[in-house]
Ligand binder design. Sequence first.
Ligand SMILES: Nc1nc2c(ncn2[C@@H]2O[C@H](COP(=O)(O)OP(=O)(O)O)[C@@H](O)[C@H]2O)c(=O)[nH]1
Ligand SMILES: [Mg+2]
Ligand SMILES: [Zn+2]
Length: 297
Amino acid sequence: MSEKTLQGRILQGIGGFYYARDDAGTVHTLRAQGKLRRERMKPKVGDHVELSPGEGEEHGWILRILPRRNELTRPPVANIDVIVVVAAAATPDPDLMMVDRMLLNARRAGIAAQLVINKSDLDAARAADIAAQYRGAGVEPLMVCAGNGAGLDALRERLWGKVHALAGQSGAGKSTMINALYGLSLETGSLSRKIERGKNTTRHCQLIPVSGGGMVLDTPGFSLLETDVFDPVELKDSWPEFAPCEGQCYFQPCYHATEPRCAVREAVAAGEIDPRRHERYAALLDEMRQRWRDRYD
Ligand SMILES: Nc1nc2c(ncn2[C@@H]2O[C@H](COP(=O)(O)OP(=O)(O)O)[C@@H](O)[C@H]2O)c(=O)[nH]1
Ligand SMILES: [Mg+2]
Ligand SMILES: [Zn+2]
């Protein structure tokens, strides 16, 4: 093993091999050291690692995984800066319950979320209405049209230098958006010939470095729809627009669902919080209460 150690970031992992880029931009082919395997520390795409580079045709080794800032299980990725939740204004009809679930899961994972409403060319009024629903929700909605590029400069600017992943309904325009943002061609664009060679069409999740020092995660079916079971009283913490009301309800704690003299419900009635967003919150709360009751079954 080489004496030299470097730091790198895992861009991709396939069949026990990992591809990590060091600070100088060199991509190393690596395997995880036995010690990591024994400790069941499985490297994830996005991990910062200490590595020992291979010599010649030999692969190198991942010696250590540096502490993670955040991580997801499916897909197994770590240290994502922003999750871009993409919803189409039309075709397919936007499923805002799905959007809210994704925002919840991003928040629970400790990852910032950016809401992007695509296909604003198809229904500008609907796009604006969706954006309005997320006022105060901490996702600064952007309306774009990946098809003709409208709004993409603003989005690119927000994502500049960040490691980001796009999530959303199939057909919402995620691939089109990534290609339009970065001049990529996801189906054919490859990180490295070496990785591609001899592989079939199964797509793995990979980080693609883009201009500005950021990276975009290319992954088949990033759903972000699985929520762990947790105490339903915590659910409200993932609705930033409720925060100004916190502590002002008659009941403490308050679930902000059906309680009388609830400051959140009053804010909804006063038009300060979007009623549809609150309605979906109440539905998710019912679901979590049920799951919480059934958690030992
Ligand atoms: N009208 C319109 N169509 C779009 C736009 N963005 C993507 N599409 C189309 O929507 C379809 C699905 O896009 P795709 O990128 O494959 O969606 P994905 O499943 O989220 O990756 C394709 O036919 C795209 O051409 C847009 O801004 N406007
Ligand atoms: Mg796609
Ligand atoms: Zn309340």
